[in-house]
Design a protein around this ligand. Sequence first.
Ligand code: AMP
Length: 223
Amino acid sequence: MYNRGVMRVVLLGPPGVGKGTQAGRLCARFGLLHISTGDMLRAEVAAGSELGLAAKAKMDAGDLVPDDIIIGMVENKIRALDGGCLFDGFPRTLEQAQALDASAAKPDFVAELDLDDDAIVERMSGRLWHPASGRVYHTRFAPPQTPGKDDATSEPLARRADDEEETVRSRLAVYRKQTLPLSEYYSAAAAVNENAARYFRVSGAMPPDEVAAAIIAGLGKTL
Ligand code: AMP
């Protein structure tokens, strides 16, 4: 059931703005379950499941995976949820946002991170990730302790196929067309309905510690 005492947060923002980095911090700080549809899809692709096979071509092209697949996947997570959670990379369409609002995990807060396209392309060109955990690094802005190796496991880091510049530009175009309307969806709901999620924006151009501090302040919490 909907429970006001539990914090459910949506992190909204373009690909590469730093949602994954902030999600890791916020989940550790507040004991939230990290629900990243991108991580879930990459795990399905790695496992070679039917869902993974269906999603892979869309992901490689930078397109969105169909809503019914995504909503079904998130519903399974929500069913097993007993506490707070943070949605990262979900919702990405109006249909997904409406499904989340109608679910038992209706969000309390929506934090939107902003950054301009050129800065995003620059960031993504140095991005590395650890496939098993989803941990993200950056060759320049957040390097691993040992180049090319995950800090916790020392396993090799990889580049995501969809981080190439051309794919990043098309992901940004998809974001503007299909996901940006969610800013209006959430800000309009917050303006007229006191039971709607609280919506606030934070600049993603600041160093990660400052972005985290601004989000935590927006959640009405302290570091
Ligand atoms: P991300 O790691 O969040 O950037 O997601 C990587 C890719 O997975 C996206 O470019 C989409 O192809 C797909 N994806 C992740 N989350 C969603 C979602 N909520 N709706 C549709 N497609 C998604």
